[in-house]
Design a protein around this ligand. Structure first.
Ligand SMILES: Cc1cc2nc3c(=O)[nH]c(=O)nc-3n(C[C@H](O)[C@H](O)[C@H](O)COP(=O)(O)O)c2cc1C
Length: 189
């Protein structure tokens, strides 16, 4: 079960934008993050939720999509995320957030998959502009953005080719292929 859920939880970048994601759904996802592991149990993460189309439209241009797909500027209008969760670190509680944000993001993505949604973790963010847009106070560091929605693309996992290239790619049918290293390569002892 958990393996199926992890395999199904892929980074998705094209969505049915017209299928709304409710605020309560976002709250349920954040609740999964809330219950996840936290270094020294400080729980310094805070969240801003967005599922309102006009607000979403202002967040979208502040994010960068699929750096390896050089001729793809990101999802077109109609295929953009229906919701965002901005993951913040409260510097009043801790100066460094260790790996809390990654654990939180994966918990939320797994929960999204279970609900028939998908998403993408985004670290390439115009942080100054996003802070201004969402009126995020200085003591909250912008760590990651989770983009969410009903998936509109197919993603398949591949073994790494003989050239060892880890870059994901898209085929003529628009299927997104993601190379993954073999277990034998990553267990080193
Ligand atoms: C910390 C982190 C930051 C990421 N930042 C971005 C990003 O800025 N833009 C993007 O399109 N994808 C981003 N991704 C998604 C990765 O590109 C994706 O995880 C990788 O291609 C493997 O695909 P998979 O998630 O389906 O296994 C990020 C993923 C992680 C874990």
């Amino acid at each position: 079960m958990i393996r199926d859920l992890v395999v199904a939880t892929r980074s998705i970048r094209r969505f049915h934008q017209d299928v709304a994601v409710e605020q309560d759904t976002l709250r349920e996802l954040v609740d999964l993050a809330r219950l996840s592991a936290s270094a020294a149990n400080v729980q310094p993460l805070k969240y801003v939720l967005s599922c309102e189309p006009q607000r979403n439209a202002r967040i979208f241009p502040l994010l960068a999509w699929a750096g390896y797909l050089k001729d793809w500027p990101g999802p077109v209008a109609g295929e953009r995320p229906a919701a965002y969760i901005v993951i913040l670190g409260d510097k009043r509680l801790r100066q460094s957030f260790e790996t809390d944000q990654g654990i939180a993001a994966q918990s939320m993505l797994l929960g999204a998959t279970e609900k028939g949604l998908s998403g993408c973790i985004i670290a390439s963010i115009q942080r100054r502009e996003l802070r201004e847009l969402l009126a995020i106070p200085e003591h909250l560091e912008i760590l990651l953005v989770l983009a969410l929605g009903k998936p509109k693309e197919k993603v398949v996992l591949e073994p790494l080719g003989p050239d060892g290239d880890i870059k994901y790619w898209r085929d003529a049918e628009g299927v997104h292929h993601v190379p993954k290293r073999a277990l034998e390569e990553i267990i080193v002892g």
